[in-house]
Design a protein around this ligand. Structure first.
Ligand code: HEC
Ligand code: HEC
Length: 229
């Protein structure tokens, strides 16, 4: 990774984000270098997720879902509930983004090749498979997602992150904003899981599914982009 020489700049950008300042105010140069230091500071080397700061894998995420979540964080439809600790950590990263910056980020992050994640959640896979029957209509039998329904891929995502999201949807920490229709859909679906054990089991089942290879072709793009650094 090429993060090391840029650590000072990362921290600087991080502070900017926390202060809610516009990167645009600094001119095009400051906004330009969206390479592997800013998002990966939290989201981990190669965007594979970082349990230490609870930031999930971005590498392999569908570009349409990535865009929608960045817009939700920016506009306050996600990451504003007082109990949503992780969402509130992410939100200041999105508030300074212009539409153009979001386009640039989606092109860049969306081209990262799928990264394999470690599996940490252990549960009853058979019970989880039964629970997942209620999820597959939206997320797909193989959990590869369904853009038409707005449901992202779940296979291949960090299991600890999925667990937090299911808890947050059930408790109303995510998906309660009145302009978050997809979140409301999912918050209702989360109520079909009766208890913590069901959440753990459904995720244990998801851990058995292979991640969809959404952006295999993007690997080449990224390589080219990093040449210039
Ligand atoms: C200060 C640490 C931090 C930085 C820097 C950061 N993020 Fe995040 N991000 C998080 C955390 C923590 C979450 C988990 C939020 C939650 O649990 O709801 C997250 C969640 C996300 C999500 C939602 C993922 C999903 O599956 O719904 C996206 C998309 C995202 N970040 C994109 C980015 C991008 C792009 C950048 C760089 C511009 C970035 N993040 C920078 C901490 C960070
Ligand atoms: C009626 C359709 C529907 C059903 C059924 C459904 N979901 Fe979802 N799910 C969604 C949508 C739409 C989103 C995206 C929410 C957003 O945009 O914030 C989502 C998001 C999620 C997320 C967050 C992913 C991320 O990267 O942050 C998880 C985890 C999840 N669903 C798990 C499940 C599980 C487990 C079940 C079965 C108990 C299930 N879903 C059933 C529609 C559905």
């Amino acid at each position: 990774m090429k993060t090391r020489p840029r650590r000072a700049l990362s921290l600087f950008l991080l502070c900017l984000g926390l202060a809610g300042l516009s990167l645009e105010a600094l001119g095009e140069d400051a906004r330009e270098p969206y390479d592997d230091f800013y998002c990966t500071t939290c989201h981990g080397a190669d965007g594979r997720g970082n349990v230490g700061v609870q930031a999930p894998r971005l590498a392999g995420m569908e570009p349409w879902y990535l865009r929608r979540q960045l817009e939700k964080f920016r506009d306050g439809r996600r990451g504003t509930h007082p109990q949503d600790v992780e969402g509130r950590a992410m939100r200041p990263m999105a508030t300074p983004l212009s539409d153009d910056s979001i386009d640039a980020l989606v092109n860049w992050v969306g081209s990262w090749p799928q990264a394999a994640v470690a599996k940490t959640v252990v549960g009853d896979v058979d019970a989880g498979r039964r629970w997942y029957a209620g999820c597959s209509a939206c997320h797909g039998a193989d959990a590869s997602g369904n853009q038409a329904l707005g449901a992202p891929a779940l296979a291949g995502q960090n299991d600890w992150y999925l667990l937090t999201q299911l808890r947050n949807f059930r408790l109303g920490y995510r998906g309660r904003h009145r302009a978050d229709s997809e979140g409301a859909t999912m918050a209702a679906a989360a109520q079909t899981l009766p208890d913590e054990q069901a959440l753990v089991d459904v995720i244990a089942y998801l851990n058995t599914l292979a991640p969809p290879d959404t952006v295999a072709a993007g690997a080449a793009n990224r390589h080219t982009q990093l040449q210039g650094n």
